[in-house]
Design a protein around this ligand. Structure first.
Ligand code: ACM
Ligand code: ZN
Length: 763
């Protein structure tokens, strides 16, 4: 066959090939993650009606089965009697690393060679993306040679099935999606305060009773959102309701047989399943049904504080935990298991005579030392059973063994990265702000996750090597359906796939973002829900003196925008937004993006206000900077911040979380003073915070970024005459925060506001 090859990166190839006859840029498939090397050549291979799959090694039988399933929409695939076939799977363990592969598509067939069965799985993922997506699509594959290997060994996904349950079929659907993206670790958060989801035969009430509950606060929130936001993704699925007389219970659990099926399904797709049985905290469902395992009568989960942990003074608790793990080991054949260990409420341990006696006997100074003692004891048990332990980075508050792998989730404890790797621990990264996908998004979140630096430059080389990879997590408190989980996972999970697979310096926002938008067409074709990327080109609050035109746009081609002006939530029957609307009076424009089939999600509210320029204020004597005052408490809203006496205060030259106020889990800060503007103008401000913030100028709300949330930026305007204007900015934080205030110019660039912009009144 006369083939012309182009050994160039795929994107460049796409550009260059635009001028050649075939394949053209438009017809080249969109690949995520981008393989290391792709050499496109002319022509295509069409899968025959019956496709024979040949394997050169019996080890590859599960992968042949997986490929058969994956090709079902295109062809009836069958196993060939011999090693030859239309598609051939083979191994080259000498030349290729474990997960590496080569894939060759020629006019006469497909040849796949992996460094191991996992490498073959990765090649199948590429093959699936080379095929067109969608019902009725033809099995035509562009000819190409691909040579590829991952940058990171850990490319993970975590789903919490405790706060809401997802059945075996839903988990398998997520696993198949993971395999398409070469994501290879499924971290299954199986137990927590709100539900125990794994059958343990020695303790049947754990799942039998602990898998079911009466509606709790999370469920009510979901039901409320379903109604208010007209979004069926928040409805609790009827299949998870169990009616007993007048009682309705909600939940479910996996039988051991179902777990085996999931593990088997994952294994064919090259995915390790890592069970997390969170202990000694986050254990309430178990404790409610085995109350003898805690220090005192268990408190019911209030929805606020962390729950009562296991009593680590009782030997029977250790037996209980080991028995649970023994059954877990039987079900999960993999190297790693996850013990959790996060957010333990140690209050009980300090007053429990048994815990106190254990601490005295073992010479343990405090609760962290007691937890470390328990963790080490469990780790010895894990190791005796051939397993390696993973735990959340709270484990670093006590002594850790180098054998423990740490999962870093707390960005407000950045030192965890150095601390873990310096002590010889491997590290998996899922820092909350960037990789907790249950947190809702703003227009900057995709780019922020894309640009997040996984391996800090400052880390010594041998510590860098301890970073195993990256993971995207969905906690399910407000996620009752798979469709909602997909909405949160996608498209951010595409970024995890890309960052986990490619060397960091090759992942570039400018290149990845358009590819990610193109990949959304494949998600559509596969019936996977996803969040339409944020609407752009608007401010949440716009002011004008005469008239103003709306400017909002959507970055995703094909999405349908619908709007309202009467304060109601836009629905699938609201008018279509086709372009700018001119306003001459105050208005509230709400715009929401819809998929063509009516699926939707969050939406934007844009307030337009007609006003004059606010007059400046006379102040007799000023000093530079803003006054900041803080209170160490948890506040639900910005206007609740305050108290009889502040816990501290200082003058700052910009809006920021003062260093002296950091280090507490919950803080509220009020910044007060004046902003000095140089000319009469409409000024646009950008306020980014994690959690809530509220900006008032001249006593009027300019930006309302209130409520508990991750890093979200909002923008708003004020029409100000030259001079001083009173400014008040309220901000609260729970779990590590950040706040910044910037000026936005005509091009949308953010200029931090500092120094000469701010002053306060001299006493
Ligand atoms: C966690 O988010 N508590 C690990
Ligand atoms: Zn105790």
């Amino acid at each position: 066959m006369n083939r012309r090859k182009f050994f160039i990166p795929a994107v460049l190839a796409a550009l260059l090939l635009g001028s050649c006859a075939a394949p053209s840029a438009e017809t080249l498939p969109t690949l995520i993650p981008q393989p290391q090397e792709v050499a496109w050549s002319r022509g295509t291979y069409r899968l025959p009606a019956q496709t024979r799959i040949g394997i050169t090694d019996p080890l590859l039988a599960p992968q042949a089965d997986y490929l058969t399933e994956a090709l079902a929409p295109y062809t009836e695939a069958v196993r060939s009697e011999t090693a030859s076939g239309d598609i051939e799977l083979g191994l080259d363990t000498a030349a290729l690393a474990d997960e590496a592969y080569r894939l060759a598509v020629t006019g006469s067939g497909v040849r796949i060679t992996g460094g191991s069965p996992r490498g073959v799985v990765n090649a199948i993922a590429t093959l699936r993306q080379l095929l067109p997506a969608g019902k009725g699509a033809e099995g035509v594959i562009p000819c190409a040679e691909v040579s590829d290997a991952p940058a990171f060994a850990w490319r993970g996904v975590m789903l919490d099935v405790s706060r809401h349950f997802f059945d075996k079929e839903e988990i398998c659907s997520l696993l198949d999606q993971m395999a398409r993206l070469k994501l290879n670790k499924f971290h299954w958060h199986l137990t927590d305060d709100q539900g125990w989801r794994i059958e343990i035969k020695a303790y049947p009430d754990l799942a039998g009773k602990g898998g079911w509950r009466h509606y709790n606060k999370h469920d009510t929130i979901c039901m409320g959102r379903a109604a208010r936001e007209k979004n069926a993704d928040f409805l609790l699925p009827e299949k998870y309701l169990r009616v007993e007389g007048t009682d309705t219970l909600y939940g479910g659990y996996y039988t051991q047989e179902e777990i085996r099926e999931v593990v088997d399904y994952a294994a064919r797709r090259g995915i390790d399943v890592i069970p997390e049985i969170d202990m000694p905290g986050h254990f309430l469902q178990a404790i409610e049904h085995y109350p003898e395992m805690t220090c005192f009568e268990p408190e019911t989960w209030s929805g606020e504080a962390f729950s009562s942990p296991l009593c680590l003074g009782k030997d029977e608790v250790l037996d209980f935990c080991e028995e649970i793990w023994r059954e877990v080991f039987e079900l999960f054949p993999y190297e790693y298991v996850h013990i959790g260990g996060d957010e333990v409420n140690m209050k009980n341990w300090n007053r429990c005579p048994r815990c106190q006696a254990r601490m005295r006997r073992e010479g343990l100074a405090d609760g962290h030392a007691l937890q470390a003692w328990f963790t080490h004891r469990m780790e010895r048990f894990f190791e005796a059973n051939g397993r390696r332990m993973i735990g959340w980075d709270e484990l670093l508050q006590g002594e850790v063994k180098p054998s423990t792998t740490i999962m870093w989730w707390r960005p407000w404890v950045p030192e965890s990265v150095d601390l873990a790797t310096r002590q010889g621990c491997d590290l998996i990264l899922c820092p909350q702000t960037w990789f907790y996908f249950s947190l809702e998004e703003d227009a900057g979140s995709l780019k922020r996750t894309c640009n997040y630096r996984l391996v800090p430059d400052s880390l010594p080389q041998e510590q860098k090597a301890r970073i195993l990879g990256v993971q995207g997590n969905v906690w399910a408190e407000k996620v009752p359906t798979l469709s909602r989980a997909e909405y949160l996972f996608y498209p951010r999970l595409l970024i995890v796939a890309e960052k986990g697979w490619r060397p960091e310096e090759q992942v570039r926002e400018q290149e990845l973002m358009p590819r990610l938008m193109r990949y959304c067409a494949r998600l559509d074709a596969e019936g996977v829900n996803y969040r339409i990327p944020s609407l752009e080109n608007f401010h949440e609050f716009c002011v004008f003196t005469d008239s103003i035109r709306s400017t909002v746009t959507c970055p995703l081609p094909g999405a349908i925008l619908r709007y309202t002006l009467d304060g109601s939530v836009p629905t699938v029957s609201s008018p279509v937004y086709t372009g700018p609307i001119t306003f001459r009076d105050n208005a509230l424009l709400q715009v929401r993006a819809f998929h063509p089939d009516g699926r939707t999600g969050d939406w934007v509210k844009i307030r337009y206000e007609k006003c004059g320029f606010a007059a400046p204020t006379e102040v007799a004597e000023t000093r530079p900077g803003l006054e900041a005052e803080w209170f160490f408490r948890r506040f639900p809203k910005c206007d609740a911040i305050g108290g009889a006496k502040a816990d501290g205060g200082c003058v700052v030259d910009s809006v920021q979380f003062p260093k002296v106020a950091q280090g507490r889990r919950a803080t509220g800060i009020v910044f007060r003073g004046y902003i000095r503007v140089p000319e009469d103008r409409i000024y646009t401000f950008a306020l980014a915070s994690n959690d809530g913030s509220l900006l008032r100028i001249d006593g009027r709300v300019v930006i309302d970024n209130d409520g508990e949330h991750t890093l979200i930026e909002k923008t708003g305007q004020a029409a100000l005459s030259a001079g001083l204007h009173p400014l008040e900015l309220r901000y609260f934080d729970y779990n590590g925060g950040r706040v910044t205030l910037a000026l936005v110019d005509e091009q949308g660039r953010r200029q931090p506001l500092t120094g000469e912009w701010f002053c306060h009144e001299a006493e």
